[in-house]
Design a protein around this ligand. Sequence first.
Ligand code: FAD
Length: 398
Amino acid sequence: GSAHVLVVGGGWGGATAARYLRLFSGNRLQVTLVEPEPALVSCPHSNLVLAGHRTLADLTFGYEGLERLGVRRVRDRVTSLDFDKREARLASGDSLRWDKLILSPGVELMRERIDGLPAAHAAGRVLQAWKAGPETQALRAQLQAMPDGGVFVLTIPEAPFRCPPGPYERACLVADYFKREKPKSKVLVFDANPEPVSKAALFKRVWAERYAGIVEYRPSHRAVAVSADGREVEFELGERERGDVLNVLPDMRAGDIAAHSGLAKANGRWCEVDFLDFSAKALPKEAGVHLLGDAVLSAPLMPKSAHMANAHAKVAAAAVVASLSGWDLNPAPVLTNTCYSWVDGMQAMHVASVHGWDAAQRTFTVVPGGSGVSVGASEEEGHYAVGWLKAMRQDALA
Ligand code: FAD
């Protein structure tokens, strides 16, 4: 029979890879997608849910398009990988063999790095909502239950983390909700970084102009502990801050299946790849194991975004199809990225970049003149942001 490619993770990277493996091979390759969730719930635009501008249902996208294209979907979780036998074991006890393997498992949150956070999270008191789904809804409920005059405390880990502009967008949208519904309330942002990791000048202007008296930004504050009642956070230098709702984002690393399989060689956190085909550097190339998306050691040159995961997926899919077909590709890929950030329910702003293949450095670097940011937030860009998500959904799942 024809070769079999196993894709692990049906998020933005994995779904795109599965689709393009079928498209690039003229539907010849057998493609199996293993994903425990029944649908993809989009992190992009999930901060709008916190402010009441979207529902999770608006952001839940099914896999029917991929199934129509002939992708076999297995609703399960991969628990271990045997690179010699080329076999994945699943939580159900089944196993799946592969000729080529593509992993796009996303991130794991390192809650254990902040004292008290694992317990406060398990008790439902301090949430992250950094994977869109039930926690997004639960954080929305905490904000709704908060009295007017309450304090929302958001802490941000050192870069790199999933979605560089994401926390700052969240600060804007929670402020938007407070301004409309609970105007005496405050958003306190404590950032482990010396300034916002993305669109710093734009976000600072939005906070100063639109959300003056609501958002306070404090750089160079690294959270190290939360109290048992989930109401107080402690920082590296001993300062403490109390809040009514705490949203403590810990350090992040590659998803367990990649990290626990010895693929995360870079500080045990992120996976190194050969960017020309996204093959895992921890294994010989003949192993046929590829990694995509947030799990890859790509920052600071490439942001951990859905758009980037989508771009990685197409390069990897092309390389896998070429290798299994005996084609000589000799590629020089070009990747693009755009991250829109909402500042309220209607207006957004963006950062965009074009990344060319740099043969000397064997990575993708921003081409000269190939990046830019908005002049400021606008409704026009809000329309573009809506169009961006539509296009992304189509490209990954149609
Ligand atoms: P994911 O999309 O997380 O997919 C990983 C999948 O793997 C999951 O479905 C998971 O269930 C599955 N999985 C994990 N382990 C296993 C296993 N062992 N077996 C089987 N399946 C497994 N990006 C943008 O481009 N634009 C935005 O506007 C934007 N906004 C964001 C806002 C927020 C609040 C957040 C948190 C993120 C945002 N992002 C945005 C970032 C974007 O969500 C991620 O970069 C993107 O999801 C990365 O894709 P991925 O495939 O690496 O991981």
